[in-house]
Design a protein around this ligand. Structure first.
Ligand SMILES: *Cc1c(COP(=O)(O)O)cnc(C)c1O
Length: 497
């Protein structure tokens, strides 16, 4: 399997090159040149496997330059039972008759980002051995809250790597901030940015493609790579859990092999739902991919109308990991749905950066409507949804998952389509204890995040995840702040160049 770029179809690289480089030289994203196809028999055969082997079965098809031993090293290192608090790794929990919640947050940082970022350092280490000839890899991350911590935890003290994380100063929850500023490890740095996630992400992307900066690094025998979902190594492990959830539904007798399901994804950068799209392309019987946004609904507007317009107000919401106006991975979808038209994608992306908007043809729009449904949840409905599911079904949703559940309810009401459905649950409710406590009780807790979490635990009779509880006693290590315009200076200073 070789990979090309969404903006230059003449490029061909191996999986190892795509993973170490992170982003293509001209700014495009790496995409596979073909798509493996899984028969129903093959999917059913995965039902008997533990998560690690399900992962290996999918990864093998995309990482064809990895040996069986290398794949074993990656999946066994990543999905260890001492790192994931559920023996199933990502359990599928039935909540209502047809709604199943895929809990993707049992990893060390309590968000779904662990599903990919626990394995990415292994994929990167193997890839670097094949391609990076001894260079130190500098992982540069822009985070809307969860990626930063998950990447820090995945890459801490990994040989031949350094990791620098930038988070928007007012754009993350207290718990998310605490997780990052207390991060341990010799090769890690964290910096707050005065700006929002889009500012941080755009600055990171331009640092990546700045040839002067790259030359300075090369002089020191270093190279950049990315742990954001622009990196193919982030996406491919996310395809796995859609197959895994489908297998779980078969095993539990909730569907028969071959039955179609719907998938609902709380979406920000479009990585998670794009992985579901790839799973569908590979033959997983998914009927609709249902994309859920919060009040920042640029993406769901696009999926409905074919016009992407980021010139609009930006809202800071209770689901901060979805507070995004530029969804990077949409570029990959546009590439596939336009018949792999790299020139069109380049044009749309330059329209986006110059004018803040673009419109796709009606042919592309029709394809989108065949595959996707979309909706958004206003802030006031997030609380109501958390409260309803706790009171009626005894199930505690985090704010991001609540956005998805509300969109799903509206979808069923509008279409009558209530086939078995998987809703991705992307974070533990304890990452956002204040918002969740507010939703299920009459008080919202004070400024002490841990007292709030404790209260939530008492009221709901659920447990605070250990990794969050342990933050209480950790020292703050990082207090740097920079502006979006001097992020590259900060990179040099943190790398001591
Ligand atoms: C990152 C994140 C999302 C959005 O996922 P994308 O792949 O960026 O669309 C949703 N919920 C949570 C909790 C997240 O951390």
């Amino acid at each position: 399997m070789l990979y090309t770029s969404t903006r230059d179809h003449s490029i061909r690289v191996t999986a190892a090159q795509a993973i170490t480089q992170g982003i293509s030289e001209e700014g495009g994203l790496f995409v596979p040149c073909g798509m493996p196809s899984f028969s129903l028999n093959k999917i059913v055969s995965m039902a008997d496997m533990p998560y690690t082997q399900r992962a290996k079965t999918v990864l093998r098809e995309f990482l064809t330059d990895f040996s069986e031993e290398e794949l074993d090293y990656c999946v066994n290192g990543a999905y260890r039972t001492d790192k994931f608090s559920s023996p199933a790794t990502a359990p599928t929990v039935q909540v209502t008759e047809n709604m199943n919640v895929l809990e993707l947050w049992h990893g060390p940082t309590c968000a779904f980002k662990d599903m990919a970022l626990q394995i990415l350092p292994y994929l990167m280490a193997v890839s670097a051995k094949k391609t990076a000839d001894g260079k130190t890899i500098v992982i540069l991350v822009a985070t809307s809250g969860d990626t930063g911590k998950a990447a820090l935890e995945g890459f801490k003290d990994v040989e031949n790597t350094k990791i620098l994380v930038f988070y928007p100063v007012d754009g993350v929850s207290n718990m998310q901030k605490l997780q990052m500023v207390t991060q341990e490890g010799e090769n890690v740095s964290v910096c707050a940015v005065n700006g929002n996630f889009d500012d941080a992400q755009s600055a990171v992307k331009s640092i990546f493609t700045d040839s002067a900066v790259k030359a300075t690094l090369a002089d020191k025998n270093m190279m950049f790579s990315s742990a954001n979902s622009i990196n193919w190594g982030r996406l491919v492990p996310q395809i796995v859990y859609y197959f895994s959830a489908y297998c779980d539904l078969i095993t539990d007798g909730r569907i028969s092999a071959g039955d179609e399901i719907n998938v609902v994804v709380p979406t920000g950068n479009f990585g998670n739902i794009l992985a579901a799209y790839y799973a569908k392309k590979m033959g997983l019987p998914i009927k609709k991919l249902i994309c859920a946004s919060n009040a920042n609904n640029v993406l769901t507007d696009f999926l409905k109308t074919g016009k992407y317009n980021k010139n609009r107000s930006f809202y800071t919401t209770s689901s901060p990991s979805m507070d995004i106006l530029i969804s990077s991975n949409l570029e990959r979808l546009l590439y596939h749905l336009s018949g792999e038209n790299d020139r069109l994608v380049s044009k749309l992306m330059s329209d986006l950066s110059e004018k803040g908007e673009y419109t796709v043809s009606s042919a592309i729009k029709d394809k989108i409507h065949e595959l996707f449904d979309a909706g958004y949840t206003p802030e006031s409905d997030v609380d109501k949804t958390i409260k309803k599911y706790f009171e009626k079904y005894g199930y505690l949703l985090d704010t991001h998952t609540a956005v998805a559940v509300n969109v799903y309810e509206n979808y069923v009401e509008r279409t009558g389509d209530n086939i078995p459905t998987v809703v991705d649950s992307t974070a533990s409710p304890y990452k956002f204890p204040k918002s969740v406590l507010c939703a299920v009780s009459d008080f919202c807790g004070g400024s002490d995040e841990f007292a709030t979490a404790q209260k939530l635990s008492e009221i709901t009779n659920t447990e605070i995840p250990k990794p969050l509880l342990s933050l209480k006693d950790k020292a703050v290590r990082f207090t740097n702040v920079c502006s979006k315009d001097n992020m590259s200076d900060m990179v040099f200073s943190l790398l001591k160049l």
